[in-house]
Design a protein around this ligand. Structure first.
Ligand SMILES: *[C@@H]1O[C@H](CO)[C@@H](O)[C@H](O)[C@H]1NC(C)=O
Ligand SMILES: *[C@@H]1O[C@H](CO)[C@@H](O)[C@H](O)[C@H]1NC(C)=O
Ligand SMILES: *[C@@H]1O[C@H](CO)[C@@H](O)[C@H](O)[C@H]1NC(C)=O
Ligand SMILES: *[C@@H]1O[C@H](CO)[C@@H](O)[C@H](O)[C@H]1NC(C)=O
Ligand SMILES: *[C@@H]1O[C@H](CO)[C@@H](O)[C@H](O)[C@H]1NC(C)=O
Ligand SMILES: *[C@@H]1O[C@H](CO)[C@@H](O)[C@H](O)[C@H]1NC(C)=O
Ligand SMILES: *[C@@H]1O[C@H](CO)[C@@H](O)[C@H](O)[C@H]1NC(C)=O
Length: 496
């Protein structure tokens, strides 16, 4: 009886609105209960449902713990993800360089492989396979299979991790984990795992390196690449051609016969963290970097991190607010006709670089020499001089957070880019346009006021829309829509 429903909804709409409002607030993830599948076969088509606020499941694993579906990103865009259903934690994201719109014209189809495209034929992501079906295993691994006995796997999501590894997932030297804000990545070297920051276009700076300890087995040089495996027993193992690990990083659950579920994620602050699902929540069981100030940029650009007491600014005239001291910069000072005037210099003693052991340095310098090497090199953003040893470290990326140190013999020299000086003619043009705009505005205002008075006189109504004090009162529901619906965002993964 659609007619009845409509009438009743209309009569009770304020109450209904209130209920919807409350529901959305208490259950941040509004999972639609549309039909989901256990496998996807040729002919499968799905488009996002405009009514779904956050996640639309399409394919479930046999246990129902994991689900492949559409996730809303930044309100209006769509990502194909695998979610841990109970916690709404994103385990995997299909790598598309651009996220399509959450709109009818976006389509996910299966015809031998999964393809995400729009009705104009633009392809955002494709598995490029000719398989019989797509299934989601109870490990959270999405596979495209040929129906054989046993099934032949043509493609699997485990081979294309996003920012997360789950237990029993191999991480090889060809793979890379990328944090959801795309600032940090994790890769394997010949005998180590490294974490890298994209502080400057095209250059990545290593900020964490864990070498294999080789307690149980040796890394054989030239003996092939190493790989990682998140072991169910609670450790991150590194292996080379053998099941005996060359390295073992124990989690808190190690040897505790725990049978929950483990995942490892490269977080948006650059740390690599392990979590354990103990049935109702994720418990932190591993952290690659345990000291806050050793993270790649905990206090943002030109920030100063003091172990145990938090963030302040390198420039002591600036107050640390909203996560940074100066807007983050990029590039260098190497353009044509740019020289000293492009930057001003900030000096501070009692500071050091957070991961200096991973940065190159020069020795035998005086402090002046160290500074001048940086000053004259247009790709240098700063230098740190260690008076006791004569070491000179050069920073070739826009300055991030440095660490405060009680020892005042370490001195930092930092370039700060001047606000872009605009050319005189351009400034003149802008002033001219501004004056013109101002005149136009005044004319419009005068005309508007004149016609308003005329209209008021004709209608004979006075100060109807104004309060007694003359101020115009805004409607009571002014910001309801924007404020409430913006807060229904997924906490994980796509915060930035
Ligand atoms: C993701 O896609 C981009 C662009 O398509 C590509 O450059 C990048 O290597 C991909 N990343 C991974 C992890 O596959
Ligand atoms: C997951 O699937 C594998 C093989 O299909 C099975 O052996 C295992 O018991 C399953 N695990 C769970 C938790 O269902
Ligand atoms: C991980 O790698 C090992 C050794 O290469 C292999 O035996 C195992 O099947 C792989 N696991 C997965 C899930 O691909
Ligand atoms: C998977 O489902 C089982 C049964 O409901 C539950 O005990 C287990 O905690 C779930 N695992 C995860 C990782 O959610
Ligand atoms: C700020 O730093 C400058 C230069 O290091 C120093 O001379 C000045 O005393 C400092 N001011 C405060 C308030 O700490
Ligand atoms: C300038 O600094 C960069 C990065 O530190 C370095 O690679 C380059 O060789 C330096 N150039 C000169 C001319 O010293
Ligand atoms: C640096 O070292 C020199 C010689 O060792 C010493 O004379 C000077 O006082 C030191 N400067 C600082 C700031 O510690």
């Amino acid at each position: 009886m659609p007619g009845f429903t409509t009438t009743s909804a209309a009569t009770h709409s304020p109450l209904l609105l209130f209920l919807v409002f409350i529901t959305l607030f208490h259950f941040p993830i509004w999972v639609s209960t549309a039909a989901t599948h256990q496998e996807l076969v040729s002919g499968f088509r799905a488009s996002p449902d405009t009514a779904v606020q956050s996640f639309q499941p399409l394919l479930n694993d046999p246990t129902g713990n994991f689900s492949l579906g559409f996730l809303r990103v930044q309100g209006t865009q769509l990502a194909v993800v695998i979610l841990h259903v109970t916690s709404s934690e994103t385990i995997w994201t299909a790598n598309s360089s651009v996220f399509p719109d959450w709109a009818d014209r976006t389509l996910l189809r299966f015809d031998g492989g999964l393809v995400l495209s729009d009705t104009d034929g633009r392809v955002f992501w494709s598995t490029d396979t000719a398989g019989d079906r797509a299934v989601l295993l109870n490990s959270s691994n999405l596979q495209i299979q040929l129906r054989r006995d046993p099934a032949v796997v043509l493609w699997q999501s485990f081979d294309f991790p996003a920012d997360t590894l789950v237990e029993n997932q191999n991480f090889s030297s060809e793979m890379v984990l990328i944090s959801s804000n795309r600032l940090f990545s994790a890769r394997l070297g010949a005998d180590f795992i490294g974490l890298y920051a994209e502080f400057n276009e095209g250059k990545s700076q290593i900020y964490y390196r864990h070498r294999a300890l080789q307690a149980k087995a040796q890394v054989i040089p030239g003996g092939g690449p190493v790989h990682l495996l998140l072991n169910t027993d609670g450790y991150l193992g590194m292996y080379q051609n053998s099941s005996v690990p060359v390295d073992l990083q124990a989690f808190n659950t190690f040897q505790k016969s725990a049978n929950g579920f483990l995942r490892l994620r490269l977080d948006s602050d650059g740390n690599l963290r392990g979590f354990y699902w103990e049935g109702s929540e994720w418990v932190l069981v591993f952290e690659a970097i345990s000291e806050q100030c050793e993270l790649p940029s905990p206090c943002g650009s030109y920030g100063l991190c003091e172990p145990g007491s938090g963030c302040s600014c390198l420039d002591n005239r600036t107050i640390y607010t909203s996560g940074q001291c100066l807007p983050s910069d990029s590039g260098d000072f190497c353009g044509v006709g740019v020289a000293k005037s492009e930057f001003w210099v900030l000096r501070r003693s009692g500071v050091e670089l957070p991961f200096k052991e991973l940065m190159s340095y020069r020795t035998g310098f005086t402090m002046d020499q160290c500074e001048s090497v940086c000053e004259t090199n247009c790709s240098c953003w700063g230098s740190l001089y260690y008076n006791a040893t004569g070491f000179c470290y050069l920073v070739d990326y826009p300055v991030r957070t440095v660490v405060a140190e009680a020892d005042g013999t370490k001195t930092g020299y930092f370039k700060v880019r001047k606000a872009q000086a605009r050319s005189k003619s351009k400034v003149g043009l802008e002033i001219g346009l501004g004056i013109l705009g101002g005149i136009f505005g005044i004319v419009v205002a005068i005309l508007g006021f004149a016609s308003y008075r005329q209209w008021k006189r004709r209608r004979g109504i006075g100060r109807f829309f104004e309060d007694d004090d003359g101020s115009v009162s805004p409607g009571p529901y002014k910001d309801l829509g924007s404020a409430s619906f913006k807060s229904i965002e997924m906490g994980s993964g796509f915060s930035r």
